[in-house]
Design a protein around this ligand. Structure first.
Ligand SMILES: Nc1nc2c(ncn2[C@@H]2O[C@H](COP(=O)(O)OP(=O)(O)OP(=O)(O)O)[C@@H](O)[C@H]2O)c(=O)[nH]1
Ligand SMILES: [Mg+2]
Length: 313
């Protein structure tokens, strides 16, 4: 599995004036209520957002609850920090509504989240974060949205394929930045067939509504591949077999991305496929979250390489 990025650091990806960010840019959060009192959630429809950098591509981790979006961000960020010297930090200007305490709280916990040694509890409504990835010289390479699975694909309800997205998502979907849509899938997803089909329809709907076919790119991420027999060695996966299985489990998913142009040499699909694992998880016991050990570097290395291909392509 490719892990080489020789020369990548020297090649311009974004031609904008570099903006220097430090790894931790967290303002202290003002606590106005007792910490043990439940706080009133901010009305999601009243939260407005603004992407201040309209050029740097945006990576969207799109997936159902518990598919692994947060842990994918954790794994990728750890790799980028440790192996490439990049900074990964929360964009403090993203939320333009005042007093969205959830964003302030999540920002304050961000570094702790990236260093986690246990599985994390799920991302709730309003628990989104917009994250900036800068190279070692401070150049902004991309921005990543960390959103809630319930907002991408609610676990219950009718007409879920066409359920409206909250404004923190549509604010990004409708923006001009190039987007790399990462659609998470997982082996033996513990739902019924109708849910699986509706998730595929949700992706088709999203592509129809929000894709800019001229510049956006997509990746189908087959997360939790460690649970399959397609892992053949440390950080090595039989990609074709994993892709066949993903295609069987998510019937119609790849058809959404079939190439319909006339170039006979074009790949069959306009999406890329990446098998992935964030790590291994111990069993949770009562009151304690399961232990988390990070996956082999080959996984985030391959994902990052694919993201960069999408950004450039
Ligand atoms: N075996 C295995 N389990 C994983 C992997 N990634 C995530 N998990 C499991 O899935 C759980 C959910 O992962 P999260 O990253 O929190 O999922 P999420 O998509 O952010 O979920 P929401 O925030 O609820 O939308 C983890 O606590 C792990 O138990 C993986 O690569 N392999
Ligand atoms: Mg999450």
């Amino acid at each position: 599995m490719a892990t080489k990025f020789d020369g990548l650091d020297n090649e311009p990806i974004i031609t904008e004036t570099p903006e220097v960010t430090t790894d931790v840019t967290v303002e202290p959060t003002e606590v106005t209520e007792q910490p043990d009192q439940p706080r009133t959630p901010t009305d999601p429809n009243k939260i407005t957002v603004k992407v201040s950098d309209t050029k740097a591509p945006i990576i969207l981790l799109f997936g159902a609850p518990s598919s692994g979006k947060t842990m994918t961000l954790v794994r990728l960020a750890r790799y980028l920090r440790a192996k490439k010297g990049y900074s990964v930090s929360v964009d403090q200007r993203f939320v333009t509504t005042k007093d969205v305490w959830e964003y302030a709280e999540n920002s304050a916990k961000f570094n702790q989240m990236l260093g986690t040694t246990t599985a994390l509890s799920g991302t709730g409504r309003n628990d989104f974060l917009f994250v900036r990835v800068c190279d070692s010289k401070g150049k902004l390479i991309c921005q990543i949205l960390e959103g809630a699975g319930e907002d991408y694909f609610p676990s219950k309800g009718t007409d879920r394929a066409q359920n409206p997205f909250p404004s923190y998502m549509t604010g990004i979907f409708n923006g001009n930045n190039k987007k790399v849509w990462i659609f998470l899938t997982e082996p033996n997803w513990d739902v019924n067939q109708a849910d699986r089909e509706e998730y595929v329809q949700r992706i088709a709907y999203c592509k129809g509504q929000f894709f800019n076919l001229k510049k956006d790119k997509s990746i189908i991420l087959y997360n939790k591949v460690d649970k399959t027999p397609f892992v053949t060695g440390a950080g090595q996966v039989h990609v074709q077999n994993a892709m066949n299985e993903c295609n069987n489990e998510y019937d119609g998913l790849f058809r959404i991305f079939e190439y319909t142009g006339v170039n006979p040499f074009h790949d069959k699909y306009i999406c890329k496929f990446v098998p992935f694992s964030t790590g291994v998880y111990g069993r949770a016991t009562q009151g304690e979250l399961g232990h988390y050990d990070i996956s082999h570097d080959a996984y985030p290395a391959k994902l990052w390489e694919t993201i960069i291909d999408c950004i450039r392509g």
